[in-house]
Design a binder for this molecule. Structure first.
Ligand SMILES: [Zn+2]
Length: 296
């Protein structure tokens, strides 16, 4: 099994920034953790791949949140990523399994919906996080990332996101690419790229055939000078901990915590991003309560 990774590159003398990622294990981990059904797997998986691609444009600790709130049965899809290739995410309704669409493909649009809001929040360590919002224009998600980049960030882009779900609901392959056209790129370059993309097989099929992110970029920029700048491992990783949930319980106040002790004799917290469960017994809760009252 190959480890997931992302490649950053330049093409056409720097007029095109190109990113490609293999994320099969990353999306498979999300599928297992949330026990998503096939259409939900593809919708969450594509958002995870898109989140990784956007996140890769950031510096290490900077983070990006992608929120897809459409009117389909999937409900909210939320993905967090950062400049280190770490990603986590969840889908409000993991149990979405729809018939294939008219093209015989998995019906991500049917799960996401065709109306709603696509939001990106970037925390770059500044005072205020940057937030951009565009309407959902497709529901297939790749086009929604592309539209967001063009409209909200004014970067003409092409984004391809692709997840191949096996018949047993497991993830067979997942990955994607993002191309960003820099100011000054010629019409000829843009036409060439468009022609290439029109004939590009699905990234998930290429990965399924054993192709690498480098191969995918080579296929897109056939014969053109492609300069690989960097490669970076990517993985599903959640930063939750018992301590963090303890701090959240602490903010509920002494009365609420006393109620948990008296009535439930404990508390369970579930991380919505990774589904890890944390159990707080009476002694844990007494300790948290003591922190509020100043004792120890
Ligand atoms: Zn978590």
């Amino acid at each position: 099994m190959t480890k997931d990774y992302l490649v950053k590159a330049l093409a056409y003398g720097g007029f095109v920034r190109a990113y490609a990622v293999s994320a099969t294990e990353t999306v498979a981990e999300a599928q297992r953790r949330h026990d998503t059904w096939n259409t939900a797997s593809a919708a969450l998986g594509r958002t995870i791949v898109g989140g990784l691609l956007l996140g890769s444009t950031l510096k290490g600790d900077d983070t990006i949140t992608v929120k897809v709130q459409g009117n389909g049965p999937a409900g909210l899809i939320m993905v967090d990523s950062n400049g280190r290739g770490e990603v986590k995410g969840y889908i409000q309704n993991p149990n979405v399994s729809l018939p294939l669409n008219e093209k015989g493909k998995i019906d991500v649009r049917g799960a996401v919906g065709t109306e709603g809001v696509f939001t990106v929040i970037k925390d770059l360590g500044l005072k205020e996080p940057f937030s951009g919002q565009t309407p959902i224009v497709s529901g297939e998600l790749g086009e929604d990332f592309t539209y967001y980049l063009a409209v909200s960030e004014q970067v003409p882009s092409a984004v391809g996101l692709s997840v191949l779900v096996d018949t047993d609901d497991s993830i067979r392959s997942a990955g994607g690419f993002m191309l960003q056209i820099m100011p000054g790129a010629s019409e000829e370059v843009i036409d060439k790229i468009e022609a290439r993309l029109a004939n590009l097989p699905l990234v998930s099929s290429l990965l399924d055939q054993g192709k690498t992110p480098e191969d995918i970029l080579d296929t897109i920029f056939d014969g053109e000078s492609l300069m690989i700048l960097d490669t970076m491992p990517v993985e599903f990783k959640c930063d939750c901990s018992k301590e963090k949930f303890g701090n959240a319980i602490l903010t509920l106040g002494t009365k609420e915590i006393q109620d948990m002790i008296d009535e439930d004799h404990g508390a369970e917290a579930v991380c919505s991003f990774c589904n890890n469960k944390y159990y707080f017994d009476e002694a844990d809760l007494e300790e948290i309560k003591a922190e509020i009252t100043g004792g120890n």
